[in-house]
Design a protein around this ligand. Structure first.
Ligand SMILES: N[C@@H](CCC(=O)N[C@@H](CS)C(=O)NCC(=O)O)C(=O)O
Length: 214
């Protein structure tokens, strides 16, 4: 069995993607709480010793430090034979949604939620811009999920875990009430939450939390 250590902070949806995947695959990990709020990931020491890209999460696998959730999710899917692609066409689809998520959905939702909720003086113009982009991306996801149970159709894959991570937080953090605004997204979040062993981020990622300002 590999030994996993996950460097994270509780509000990090990117960390949750890996914590959830490991949990759904029946794995445990040692949680390594990281003081993101105090700027530790911006220090030269942390970038030298932990992650040169300056990002959370970092997954240590038997002592090797690995980063970037998309390739990590794909590797775990392959290793455990779960939540991955089964055909070349599925692999293409999986990559398509993972790239879209990293660039668009997670990229904007993580920035919007962080600025809106966890920074003391959010710039209203920047928030407005993020929200406009997000409304567009969420509309695209809503349309897809009106016709599909999951990103790839009938079964959950790592593309779903990647896309749902930032959307499953409480409405007072995301600023969205999906039941009212995006019912197909809400139904999909509920489908993922009913997978055996599923747990929310704040259950899997304990420790000191960032102050709320929203
Ligand atoms: N594409 C990266 C994104 C990681 C990321 O942006 N992490 C955030 C915290 S959840 C971070 O460390 N941000 C620091 C920064 O943007 O400077 C992944 O999937 O691992």
């Amino acid at each position: 069995m590999p030994v996993y250590r996950l460097h994270y902070f509780p509000e990090s949806g990117n960390s949750y993607k890996l914590a959830l995947m490991l949990t759904l695959c029946g794995q445990t990990f040692e949680p390594v709480w990281t003081d993101f709020g105090d700027g530790v990931t911006r220090t030269p020491e942390w970038r030298r010793d932990v992650n040169a890209m300056g990002e959370i999460p970092v997954l240590e696998v038997d002592g090797e430090r690995l980063t970037q959730t998309a390739p990590l999710l794909l590797r775990l899917a392959e290793q455990f034979g779960r939540f991955g692609a089964e055909t070349a066409d599925e692999k293409f689809e999986l990559l398509r949604w993972l790239f879209w998520d990293n660039h668009k959905l997670t990229g904007y939702m993580a920035s919007y939620r962080f600025m809106r909720t966890f920074t003391p003086s959010a710039d209203p113009q920047v928030l407005k811009y993020f929200r406009k982009r997000l409304d567009d991306f969420l509309g695209i996801l809503e349309t897809h999920l009106q016709q599909n149970d999951f990103a790839l159709g009938k079964r959950a894959t790592v593309a779903d875990f990647s896309m749902m991570a930032y959307l499953h937080y409480p409405a007072d953090e995301t600023g969205y009430d999906f039941a009212a605004s995006h019912p197909a997204v809400k139904a999909w979040l509920d489908r993922i939450a009913s997978l055996p062993g599923w747990r929310p981020a704040y259950d899997l990622l304990p420790g000191k939390r960032l102050p709320h300002y929203a």
